[in-house]
Design a protein around this ligand. Structure first.
Ligand code: SAM
Length: 237
């Protein structure tokens, strides 16, 4: 089986692998559990000045990445993998997307800069538009690193225990319960007694109840999505 492969297209190739060269993802990169190649979009500029952008039709501030140049960069790596365009306009990236992409052959990620990328190449290449949250960053590089981190840790053999991912926040639509370790008492604060009881059933019940309480209090949107009938949850989104 060929390893999961990420191709990143960016104007700042030195930003990769960045933090993904460390820890779990970095070790997995070294052992070949996943592959990363990085392409500089500027290498596909045709003129002497290596221009990749131009002013927006219709006027307005900023510059837009040209479709012909982005398309040539995409053509140099394109295969059967989905192509993701990072943009604040995209659908919000979730843990379910990370799981789905981890189960596929890999991803091609296009990092925008300036005002973004000409829409025609996004449409022509049928890119999936994803956002990592409701705020604006200067470029798509950090969003690409965020997406890759969340996907790579789900690949077979990357995380220590297969259970870790199945119990995490979002995997069952709930946030995770709180964690405690030694010492059992610290600055007058005691670990909840049930966690010291050695009673596995009681521990599991406490953790489930805490997960539900925290999700209800902090993320009513997640809680409603679990409890409203399916059609009502969709209408509320
Ligand atoms: N003009 C754009 C807008 O208002 O939606 C913002 C462009 S932003 C300054 C430049 C690039 O950063 C975008 O093309 C995109 O690739 C990336 N970016 C910024 N925020 C992002 C987010 N929340 N999610 C994904 N990509 C983002």
């Amino acid at each position: 089986m060929t390893a999961w492969r990420a191709s990143v297209l960016t104007l700042f190739p030195a930003m990769f692998p960045g933090p993904l060269g460390q820890s779990l993802a970095g070790r997995a990169l070294e052992t070949g559990a996943w592959w990363l190649d990085v392409t500089n979009i500027r290498d596909f500029a045709a003129d002497r000045h290596k221009t990749v952008d131009d002013t927006p039709f219709g006027g307005g501030a900023g510059m837009v990445l040209r479709p012909d140049i982005v398309d040539a960069a995409v053509a140099s790596v394109a295969d059967e993998r989905p192509i993701v365009c990072l943009t604040p306009r995209g659908r919000r990236f979730t843990q379910a997307d990370a799981r789905r992409f981890a189960d596929g052959p890999g991803l091609i990620l296009i990092c925008g800069r300036y005002e973004g990328i000409d829409q025609r190449v996004i449409d022509a290449r049928q890119m999936l538009e994803f956002s990592i949250g409701d705020y604006v960053l200067s470029g798509g590089e950090l969003p690409a690193l965020v997406m890759l981190d969340s996907i790579v840790r789900l690949l077979p053999g990357v995380m220590g225990s297969a259970d870790s991912a199945s119990e995490e926040s979002f995997s069952a639509g709930l946030l995770e319960y709180p964690h405690y370790t030694r010492p059992a008492e610290w600055q007058g604060r005691r670990v909840p007694d049930v966690l010291l009881s050695g009673h596995h059933g009681a521990v599991a019940a406490w953790r489930q109840a805490e997960s539900e309480r925290i999700t209800r209090e902090r993320r009513p949107d997640l809680w409603d999505a679990l409890h409203l009938p399916k059609h009502a949850a969709t209408a509320a989104e």
